[in-house]
Write a protein that binds this ligand. Sequence first.
Ligand code: ADP
Length: 159
Amino acid sequence: MKTGVYAGSFDPITFGHLDILNRAEKLFDEVIILVAENKRKKELFSLEERKKMIEKVFEKKEKVKTEVLDGLLADYMKEKKHTFLIRGLRAISDFDYELQHFTINKQLNENIETVFFMTEPEYFYLNSSLVKEMAALGGNLKELVPEAIEKKLKEKLGK
Ligand code: ADP
């Protein structure tokens, strides 16, 4: 059984993440969405809220599971005996950040193999921060996130 771990902050999950997931599903028997804290980013939803929202989006997909990361990703991968880490690449600016993570993860756990998927051009500039900004301003989110996520954003922001 080949498992891919798609780690990220997913605050909230967007159509860009979903695109990477759809493609990763073709390569792996099981994909675990691993919701992690990102100290560089200001969080809107708690880790448990994000997990529940993702579970709702994938309720009909048996291949996709959701977990919350507690501690270091490299340790989680070792402990669970997972090898493949999934990440997505958008604009050039992602590359440097992903390379830093790739390097540190390799140093901490040499068994990790990171698999990168290039985003579809239509999602090139889509990210969770943009979604939060748009939601706060009452913008239309139809093209950015699934309906269930849009609903949660509106609830959270009182829009
Ligand atoms: P992190 O805070 O760990 O970067 P994110 O939730 O922002 O977590 O992203 C998780 C992964 O998904 C990253 O590899 C990121 O590059 C990728 N990703 C995010 N948005 C998109 C998108 N629109 N298209 C493709 N990949 C994306």
